[in-house]
Design a protein around this ligand. Structure first.
Ligand SMILES: Nc1ncnc2c1ncn2[C@@H]1O[C@H](COP(=O)(O)OP(=O)(O)OP(=O)(O)O)[C@@H](O)[C@H]1O
Ligand SMILES: [Mg+2]
Length: 287
């Protein structure tokens, strides 16, 4: 029997569907994960095995094959632990395989069976919404997932309570609603002395949505003026706030699932290379 659990692969700000397939076959006992897993995904075997034994379950003495499909899409990150564990538990008959078809699952497992936070839960929740499914995620990220309104979220602290919830023996509480982050003290145009022309230019650019090029000698206040710009721009619209939060989510920087309505401001050093500004490495888009 092959058990299937849905999860996602993150490609930039996109969540691609990934199906975790688990088969138990007679033969020499082993546990293999295939389908272009990177080191973290390959190591999930150890975490899954440990989390199961923490629940008092041993791996069945069979050939256990887990395939992450599509097999040509590189899989990165630790959020595959939970879908792999669920697919294995479904294949072992511990949980209902059919019921898992209604969910997308993401989360990292600790050796004692806890489900711990992993980056990108907001993207997974938005993906679950578009595919009309629910989301199973770590308890600490329930509020973050809640921002994708309309998605039934199961935010579980550990594997045992997740299985009990799925069985219907002990329902998990609904995750708390996500909060909007409080405004952080930001530079204010008030602290800029003089510079009437530059301030006026800043105001016109903010009001008219224009680009701004500042030219001046070192120390004349260009960086200071630029850092004041978010303060005079209107707060992010809900759609913009969600988009900015998606970036924070995949970077694992969305603390407590709090979404910020403030406009992000970055001040890269002028000597920063293109790769430092836009990102580099081998993380290419697979079409
Ligand atoms: N008009 C101003 N009012 C108040 N403080 C100012 C003003 N202009 C400059 N400063 C202060 O002078 C320091 C240098 O300013 P800033 O770093 O903005 O200069 P810059 O033009 O960006 O320089 P560089 O070209 O070296 O990046 C900062 O501490 C800033 O707060
Ligand atoms: Mg500067």
């Amino acid at each position: 029997m092959v058990a299937l659990v849905s999860t996602v692969a993150y490609l930039g700000l996109e969540a691609r569907p990934v199906e975790v397939q688990c088969q138990l076959a007679p033969g020499m006992p082993r546990f293999a994960v295939v389908g272009l897993p990177d080191k973290a995904v390959g190591e999930s075997r150890e975490r899954v095995q440990a989390a199961l034994s923490a629940m008092g379950l041993a791996l069945p003495p069979k050939r256990i094959t887990v395939n992450l499909s599509p097999a040509d899409l590189p899989k990165e990150g630790s959020h595959y632990d939970l879908p792999i564990a669920l697919a294995l538990l479904a294949a072992m008959g511990v949980t209902d395989a059919e019921q898992l078809g209604d969910y997308v699952a993401v989360g990292e497992l600790a050796l004692d069976g806890r489900i711990v936070a992993s980056p990108g839960v907001l993207l997974a929740a938005l993906h679950a919404r578009s595919s009309e499914r629910g989301l199973i995620c770590p308890a600490s990220q329930g509020a973050e997932a809640g921002w994708a309104s309309g998605v039934p979220v199961v935010a579980a602290p550990d594997l045992v309570s997740l299985l009990n919830h799925l069985k219907g023996t002990a329902a998990l509480p609904a995750p708390p609603p996500g909060e909007v982050a409080a405004r952080r003290p930001a530079p204010d145009l008030r602290q800029v002395k003089g510079q009437e022309t530059a301030r006026r230019a800043l105001e016109i650019a903010a009001a008219g949505n224009h680009n701004l090029l500042m030219v001046g000698p070192p120390g004349s206040g260009k960086s200071l003026l630029a850092s004041c710009l978010p303060g005079i721009l209107p707060p992010l619209s809900p759609a913009e706030a969600l988009e900015v939060s998606m970036v924070a989510s995949v970077a694992g920087a969305l603390e407590g699932g709090r979404i910020s309505r403030e406009r992000p401001f970055r001040a890269p050093h002028h000597s920063a290379s293109m790769a430092a500004l836009t990102g580099g490495g081998e993380n290419r888009q697979v079409n």
